[in-house]
Design a protein around this ligand. Structure first.
Ligand code: NAD
Length: 359
């Protein structure tokens, strides 16, 4: 059978790492008809938008996409295209497994954590009010009147919506993932002691869902500040970690740090019957076009994709090939060498070639 899959190359280092991942998937023998779909700042002159309808339509039709990172220019008119794709397609669950591979330079060994991040709500929802705008002044006045709290007049405001519906479905996703992947425990994380009506609601919803899995999967709660310290001190105590959007964003970078950095941390976004696979890292603009960065995170995202498609053998084979190349330590990019300017570091495409050869 041939799978039709949407490929969004991305910008910055995107085309280099997604190109490497595509070659690796093709080399597993799984047949894929890649449908290239564009997105990002570079295509605004052509389409008038960084996210054309045709790109969303392609993902809706094919149901599976592999996506390179996309730049979000700071302080310009448009918001993150990455966030827009997740919102438009209601890809509510972001999955970020972080696992130690032998040969990666890291302060930690044997890390095996899975971060499940809510993807559609929270301070990430994009509901923002700019300093000095008339609507911001109106909102401040309303909040002062309704909430009986003072807000400085020269404030910008970001809104943090957290719903029972959104919280329950992400926690359910985490428990279902735990069951399917033989995990033992789900830890829900928030700052419920301070934000009682949003993070508190998240914990309430999580407890309700956890009851359905009592006796099958253990459930516990942590506050986000304590969780950060715990993960640095005793990561082995944790298994599947489920969080609202912003904490999930931050904690998954922390977990990526535990296993040796962003270059090797994969990810996936899931909605109802839709899945978009992408690395945690961004477009690293300063390395654009240098064929230098690590393709591993993107290739491991493709491993998650193969697994999702039910191509378990191909997924295992590709992950093993990645692990072998990393363990050998020879054909790896600069970030995996003992020193960043190690002359023996290889290029993005050469590391992909070595992985393909190891398949
Ligand atoms: P980034 O992840 O792009 O890069 C941060 C640093 O991490 C890089 O400078 C580099 O040193 C290192 N790094 C990242 N990927 C690497 C790789 N594959 N191999 C080796 N080293 C790697 O984060 P940033 O600089 O904060 O963001 C750059 C742009 O990417 C921003 O516009 C941001 O909005 C966007 N972004 C996109 C996504 C996405 O597409 N899902 C995710 C995060 C950030």
């Amino acid at each position: 059978m041939t799978y039709k899959i949407t490929l969004i190359p991305g910008d910055g280092i995107g085309p280099e790492v997604s190109g490497a991942a595509r070659r690796c998937v093709d080399a597993t023998g799984v047949k894929v008809d890649w449908e290239i779909a564009e997105a990002g700042a570079d295509i605004i002159p052509k389409y008038g938008t960084p996210l054309p309808d045709s790109t969303l339509a392609s993902i809706r039709k094919n149901k599976v996409a592999l996506k390179g990172p996309l730049t979000t220019p700071i302080g310009t008119g448009f918001r993150s295209v990455n966030v827009a794709i997740r919102k438009e397609l209601d890809l509510y669950a972001c999955l970020r497994p972080t696992k130690s591979y032998k040969g990666v330079r890291s302060k930690y060994e044997n890390i095996d954590l899975v971060v499940v991040r809510e993807n559609t709500e929270d301070l990430y929802a994009g509901i923002e009010f700019e300093i000095d705008k008339p609507e911001t002044k109106e909102l401040i006045a309303d909040i002062e009147r309704l909430g009986k709290k003072k807000i400085r007049p020269d404030s910008g405001i970001s809104i943090k919506p957290i719903s029972r519906t959104g919280s329950k479905r992400i926690v359910k996703f985490a428990f279902e993932y735990a069951i399917k992947h033989n995990r033992k425990k789900v830890t829900a994380v928030s700052k419920a002691n301070i934000m009682k009506f949003t993070d508190g609601l998240f914990f309430d919803a999580a407890r309700e869902v956890a009851q359905e899995y009592a006796g099958q999967i253990e459930y516990e709660e942590r506050l986000i500040d304590n969780m950060c310290m715990q993960l640095v001190q005793k990561p082995e105590l944790y298994d599947v970690i489920c969080l609202p959007n912003l904490y999930g964003d931050i904690l998954s970078d922390l977990c990526a740090g535990l296993i040796g950095g962003l270059g090797i941390a994969p990810g996936a976004n899931f909605g109802e019957g839709l899945a978009v696979f992408e690395a945690i890292h961004g477009s690293a603009p300063k390395y654009t076009g240098q064929n230098k960065v690590n393709p591993t995170a993107m290739i491991l995202s493709a491993v998650l994709m193969l697994d999702y498609l039910g191509e378990k053998d191909a997924a295992k084979k590709l992950e093993k090939a990645v692990a072998k190349v990393i363990a050998d330590g020879k054909f790896v990019t600069y970030d995996m060498k003992p020193s960043r300017d190690d002359p023996s570091a290889v290029s993005t495409s050469a590391m992909a070639d070595a992985i393909i050869a190891a398949l």
